[in-house]
Write a protein that binds this ligand. Sequence first.
Ligand code: NAD
Length: 435
Amino acid sequence: MKIAMIGSGYVGLVSGACFADFGHNVVCIDKDATKISNLDNNIMPIYEPGLADLVKRNVDARRLAFSTNLPESVRDCDAIFIAVGTPSRRGDGHADLSYVYAATEEIANSISKPTVVVTKSTVPVGTGDEVEIILGKHQPRELFSVVSNPEFLREGAAISDFKRPDRIVIGTEDEWAKNVMSEIYRPLFLNQSPILFTGRRTAELTKYAANAFLATKITFINEIADLCEKVGADVQEVSRGIGLDNRIGSKFLHAGPGYGGSCFPKDTLALMKTAQDNDSPVRIVEAVVQINDQRKRAMGRKVIHALDGDARGKRVALLGLTFKPNTDDMRDAPSIAIAQTLIDAGAEVTAYDPEGMEIAKELMPSVQMADSSYSAADDTDAIVIVTEWDAFRALDLAKLAEVMKGNVLVDLRNIYNPTEVTQAGLMYTSIGRNR
Ligand code: NAD
């Protein structure tokens, strides 16, 4: 199959490279010329484990190419995937669909043979209908079919998620489009990955429902963690106690500083808006959005509390800035609000992150970036573990205690054993464990 992927970001680049690895002929398109020229030189625009090798292998095999020229690249494709961003629209929280519609306009003027146009971006219910209307203004109805194929990959494990997905959702009722999509995903049919064919609107909503459910699960355990702190219970044990119940499941039950990232914050907000507009509010999701927003600054206050309630003139080191490990993605990362809360309270903040500092520098100009965990900790009053990178799981606690001025360790990911930390001479605060 000949495939065009519009948008070469986290989703488009990974999906395009994986489709090429399946044996398809793929061109990944982006309007960012620097991104494309870097990709031509095997320089990845994002940090994602295994991606550079996968891209190189498929470029060398001449199955994967990059381009800024959308009209030429999509002209004779069997399928065109739209994988552009759908951020929150400024001011109202609805998904901003301007990139999706701009890409659609460009496709509409360029296709020359029957083509399946697939929205892989996360888009609100009804977006496929709009895409169909735009295409229909320029092309006869029999030349295209619009399909929804939401993506469920997780950054940091994106390649294995794409190649071994829990399920693939394909929203179309058109037999021709079903056949094209089946051919594209054939290697996964052979892997026996479940493929669900649904209506287009159902596929669109399924993506939002999945993300909102996961965000709810995280928010639920975060509130239980707060209660644990008040009543002397241990949230780690509560999580295990409920997670072993097959009806609940153990994933997404790790208490922490609140969810962030490129998807959950904007997708929960967009679902909430769609639901309100349709007079069918999802009040659980509304509560989740509100609780999670408040939680990030509350984590900053937790650090201040550990500093005896006063951060003025104190030095605090943040270990981990990205919203989760194994990515350089800083979008809506809790570290941003935590750092700002500390700075607002008069603290001086330093930070170290294995991959996120390049992007973080722009977002948090008042935070001083260090080149290792220990240099970040140097002469500080408190260290805060914000993201659970492997590099932070086995720190030399005695060495930290030695280089620090103070002795406060706030572990927002519960990756340390309280006794071990205390024995190293540090004052330990974690989440939902009453210490
Ligand atoms: P991204 O910002 O990393 O990448 C989007 C890319 O599209 C950018 O490089 C941008 O330059 C390019 N682009 C925008 N308009 C274009 C146009 N007209 N022509 C060519 N290129 C254009 O975004 P992302 O994180 O890959 O997310 C893409 C979509 O996938 C979003 O809807 C997101 O919600 C969804 N999604 C993301 C993830 C994730 O983990 N990041 C997971 C599942 C779904």
